[in-house]
Every structure is written in C-alpha cells, then in structure tokens.
Design a protein around this ligand. Sequence first.
Ligand code: CA
Ligand code: CA
Length: 195
Amino acid sequence: MAYPGQQPGGYYQGGYGGAPGGPMYGQQQDPMYAYFASVAGQDGQIDADELQRCLTQAGLSGGYKPFNLETCRLMISMLDRDMSGKMGFNEFKELGAVINGWKQHFMSFDADRSGTIEGPELQAALGTMGYRLSPQALNNISKRFSCQGKISFDDYVACCVKLRALTDMFRRRDINQQGMVNFQYDDFIQTVMSI
Ligand SMILES: [Ca+2]
Ligand SMILES: [Ca+2]
C-alpha cells in the first residue's frame, strides 16, 4: 500500500513529555507517524470519513469512485479494540498490513486480470480461505457484493471482513464445532447489527 504524503519526522516532536524510549517517543520515531497525524487531524484519531479519504487518495478503490465508506467502517470496527469507533496509530499501522494482505490476495484470485473478482474467482478465493459454503450461499454473496457481476477491491474487503466476523462470532458460540448454534433473538441482532 502506498502512503502518499509521507514525510520524515513527526508533527508533534517535542510536544509530549514522554520519557525517551516510552510509547510516545517510539511513535514519533516511526516514519509513518507523520502520515497518520496528517490523516487523523486534530483529534489524533482516524474515523471512517478520514479513512475513506485516505484510501481513496491512495488509489485503492480502483478507478475514480471513492473507497467504499461501509468498508472503512467495517475495517475500523474490526481493529477497534478500545471500542472508540476510531483508529489510533497502532491500529492504523495494523490496518496497513491487513490491506496489503488483502490486495495480494485479491490480485492472486483475479485470474483473468480484469481488476475485479467475478463469481468463479470468488468461489476459488473463499474456498482457499477455508469457507465451506453452498452454491446458493456463494451466489447470494456474489449478488450482494458485486456490481454487474463484478466485485471491486473495496467491496471484496467488505465481503471478507463481514464473512470472517460473522464466522468468528458463530464459531465462538458453536462450542462443540457442529455447525449449529442456538441464538437468542437479541443476541442474534446484536451480532449481525454490530458488523
Ligand atoms: Ca480525526
Ligand atoms: Ca477477474
């Protein structure tokens, strides 16, 4: 992933009283911190809108459309351990690695090099990731995340993040690993509506 606007040095050098070697000192030394600070703005945290702008500018949506905002929300909630709804520096760095992985993954399954994932490519991708889904489920997923049968990178990420989050939540409740779970209505709504 490219980080345009990345500059050496930090914006906040000398601004904090952290002891040398402490966490703030370490962050300032990180060349990516200046880029993070420029995206995060005054509050020092990256929200979904800021992330969308950043990923669109980095050219990750493909073409001229903005990067899918829903995908930005999903990625933040996935890495948001303190539940602030925003990303701090460490979460942002983690995201960079995660997106790089997805980009490689996306390109490796774009067998015809069309820049998008189509039905059979999606099937191969999800199968390789270990999902065992029926043709109907695959068809539904494909319909939901594609535009005219094509899934762009940002929609593909949304698809993968959702599928993984839902699978994790299901598996956590599937104590005997039987592929069956009993949900209370409220628990089910909490699960699917939080993703
Ligand atoms: Ca911000
Ligand atoms: Ca393709």
